[in-house]
Design a protein around this ligand. Structure first.
Ligand SMILES: [Zn+2]
Length: 431
């Protein structure tokens, strides 16, 4: 790997500092130095094995997809998750991983997968260097309760859905332990209802506090993270009280919940996953049968309004949001997750720089308790991207594959554009 020097880039280090033109030295899989131009010794280049002239490029930490479903591809119904075989879906999940890192997402914080060990298998292959992909905290199956999200059986017509159904704290402990045994990093429980399941609307809370607590305690006992699908006020309160690490969706709130979340802001991450509703209400899903009219029957617009109200307030209170979530549908292919940056600005009032911090620094902190991922500073893991253009002036360029000039993960170059490679002789992508 050696020492790689990136020169003359506009560096956005995600620490809160203003961007500056400077250079960045990578030694092995860590950042050795970040130096503003003209600040000093100019000696960093002397020890570099390779030099990249990144004039005109925006250098920022790699992004984290905060609620990844690697095995979702072209999904329009749960049927797409249930019927395909595990063997076929391994390839699907591997494609998802590749699409993410190609797009500058060097980390994927797992939500759930269509089959139990898909995230685990792909994570292990990526870590072994055999297939391309981001750092992965592997998700497993959704853990839900009878009659709630993911239970698609009827008494006369049993059907194995995309969720594992548990009832009671003991069954929950057993299911979480089984997931831990199988190598899952991120346990996911379905605490609240969902607009796709009419028996349990988004305001309902079919899972009990005792079940949530059993899941959280068991996951933590195994050193894993516990995350929750939670849209209802009561469900989100259960999650905070039980010690859940990642709260997904969280549209509904009252003052007490907002206060609880603010109090827990240094230990929780919240992922709004707004793209799905933006797609349904905005007509992007119409070609696949979910028109804005159908979204209207599902109550999507009021959910968006609740999302705007809650997450704008959480932003103001300093609660850490992650971007991404519920991509992999037919209308939101993997690799387009950077669209969330514009969503965060439009719906929740984020500045471009703040939205980028959600995508990078907070994502890195969710991925690794060590705190050594997600910013560009000496000692941090070398996950970064070079983008052709000023991302702060227009965040949408991050969603344009042609603008991603280089992706580096763990100090290794995953991809580099021909134009940039021409300015860095001898530097070739790892894969
Ligand atoms: Zn999801």
């Amino acid at each position: 790997m050696g020492r790689i020097l990136i020169q003359n880039a506009t560096i956005f280090d995600a620490t809160g500092a203003k961007p500056f033109v400077g250079e960045l030295l990578i030694d092995g899989n860590r950042i050795a130095a970040v130096t503003p131009k003209g600040s000093g010794d100019g000696g960093a280049s002397a020890g570099a094995d390779q030099v990249i002239d990144a004039t005109g490029m925006f250098c920022m930490p790699g992004m984290t997809e905060g609620h990844a479903h690697l095995s979702f591809e072209n999904v329009t119904a749960t049927e797409n998750l249930i019927t395909p075989t595990p063997e076929e879906m391994v390839f699907t999940a591997a494609r998802g991983a590749k699409a993410l890192i190609d797009a500058g997402f060097t980390s994927a914080y797992g939500a759930s997968e269509a089959k139990l060990r898909l995230g685990v298998a792909v994570r292990d292959e990526v870590n072994a260097g055999r297939i391309p992909g981001p750092r992965i905290r592997a998700g497993g199956l959704e853990l839900s309760v009878t009659g709630a999200m993911g239970d698609e059986s009827k008494e006369h017509n049993p059907r194995i859905g995309p969720s594992t159904l548990i009832n009671g704290p003991d069954a929950m402990r057993e299911a979480v332990r089984m997931h831990c045994r199988e190598g899952v990093d991120n346990i996911k429980i379905d605490v609240s209802g969902d607009p796709f399941y009419p028996s349990t609307p988004s305001t309902s809370t079919p899972m009990t506090f005792e079940e949530v607590k059993a899941a959280a305690d068991t996951a933590h006992a195994y050193g894993r993270k516990i995350n929750a699908h939670t849209r209802s006020i009561l469900g989100s309160k259960y999650c905070i009280r039980a010690g859940v690490d990642g709260l997904f969706h969280c549209e509904h709130s009252d003052e007490e919940l907002l206060d609880m979340m603010e109090e827990a802001k240094d230990r929780v991450f919240v992922v709004p996953t707004i793209d799905l509703f933006d797609a349904l209400a905005g007509g992007r899903a119409s070609p696949f049968g979910i028109t804005p009219e159908i979204a209207g029957y599902m109550g999507i617009q009021p959910l968006i309004e609740e999302s705007v109200r809650t997450h704008t307030e959480l932003r103001k209170r300093g609660v850490r949001h992650l971007i991404g979530g519920d991509y992999g549908f037919a209308w939101s292919p993997h690799g387009t997750q950077a669209n969330d940056l514009a969503h965060f600005m439009k719906y929740y009032g984020y500045s471009a720089a703040e939205a980028l911090i959600c995508a990078t620094r907070y994502g890195g902190l969710a991925m690794r308790d060590e705190g050594d991922l997600g910013t560009l500073a000496a000692g941090q893991l070398a996950d970064l991207i070079l983008v052709n253009g000023d991302v702060l002036a227009d965040v949408s360029i991050l969603a344009d594959p042609a603008r991603i000039a280089m992706v580096m993960k763990d100090g290794a170059v995953h991809s580099i554009s021909p134009a940039l490679a021409a300015r860095a002789p001898a530097l070739e992508p790892a894969e």
